[in-house]
Design a protein around this ligand. Structure first.
Ligand code: 13P
Length: 333
């Protein structure tokens, strides 16, 4: 199955002056939601998933389902990306499964969840880049620590990225994209009030982009945490705390400062959960989860389609030269 690489899609975005949303998925209906939104809006798109995030016991089984679902959307330029690979082995497994892009998150120790040294981060990232290059796969690295929780269990403190270190990191690893910590955090709890420049360091993006102009910058923790969705979830048994995320206007602005990849997981999941909870609550006899999952998937597709317009990727599939990636089996090692 030919996919697009992250490098190809983000190079196209940079040339066109727009950003591409990378949407986190944890089941097959969510993959369908992302691809439906991309098809509806004529967008290139990045579908991403974290190892162990699905309900399946086996990553390989879920990843296979994900890739098979993508097969049904030949008309959409798609990157399938591993988000936050915790170690080299997990990245190798995703590459072997057929992903066209992986992230190695060498900024945190996978066991202790404490920040690693700069050199240790570089070492593991280089190992992944070497393997990925042999398979024609793109690599995203991470510098600094994006706050919040990736897995819902552990919480990291924010450590902002250092521009000089970013330049050295890229020179020594040759990553295609770099996640730079600029004050955002993952998950449903981010800021206690609407964020200003004292928490969201947009100036850092500009500074880093100037130093590494051919490396793509990634904004993690980009969800806005819409209050209306939080209210629906909480009115149906949820308990999400009041919190502010990254405003849409800042996400759009980031694409003009140097960001080409915008990561969104929580907003998509809030849209899905709000529709799912409402549907289940509306039918006291509901036992089969399919109608609720269908409603969740439709709501998620609508939200993602709106975001695609904000990021600027809507309509960009038209002038796109997709499908250059060849699966690992087709490439000489
Ligand atoms: P959110 O938690 O803000 O949706 O960010 C997702 C993300 O950055 C995944 O890497």
């Amino acid at each position: 199955m030919p996919l697009c690489t992250l490098r190809e899609v983000l190079d196209h975005a940079r040339a066109g002056g727009y950003g591409v949303g990378a949407f986190n998925v944890t089941d097959a209906e969510q993959v369908e939601a992302v691809l439906e939104a991309a098809r509806r809006t004529g967008s290139p798109v990045i579908v991403q998933t974290i190892s162990g995030a699905s309900a399946f016991a086996s990553d390989e089984l879920y990843w296979d389902l994900l890739l098979r679902t993508v097969d049904h959307y030949d008309d959409v330029p798609v990157v399938v990306h591993l988000d936050h690979g915790p170690d080299a082995q997990t990245c190798f497994r995703a590459i072997d499964a057929g992903f066209s892009s992986v992230m190695i998150d060498g900024s945190l120790d996978p066991v202790t969840h404490q920040p690693t040294t700069f050199d240790a981060n570089i070492e593991v990232t280089r190992e992944v880049v070497a393997y990925a290059r042999r398979h024609g796969v793109s690599v995203e690295g991470e510098l600094g620590t994006i706050g919040g929780s990736k897995d819902g269990a552990t919480h990291a403190e924010i450590v902002l990225a250092d521009p000089e270190e970013a330049a050295e990191f890229v020179a020594r690893t040759d990553v295609d994209a770099l996640a730079v910590a600029i004050g955002t955090s993952h998950g449903a709890y981010k800021f206690t009030s609407p964020p200003d420049s004292s928490v969201l360091h947009m100036d850092l993006i500009e500074e880093i982009a100037r130093l590494i102009p051919t490396t793509h910058l990634v904004m993690h923790g980009s969800s806005s945490l819409p209050a209306d969705l939080r209210e629906i979830i909480n009115a149906h048994g949820g308990g999400l705390p009041e919190s502010w995320g990254v405003p849409e206007v800042e996400k759009a602005r980031s694409t003009q400062l140097g960001v080409t990849k915008i990561n969104q997981g929580m907003d998509s999941h809030m849209a899905y959960a709000a529709a799912m909870r409402t549907t289940m609550a509306g039918d006291p006899l509901a036992a089969d989860p399919a109608p609720a999952a269908r409603a969740g998937s439709a709501a998620m597709a609508d939200m993602i389609a709106e975001r695609m317009a904000v990021f600027g990727q809507a309509g960009r599939a038209r002038d796109y030269a997709p499908r250059v990636f060849r699966s690992p089996a087709a490439l000489p090692l």
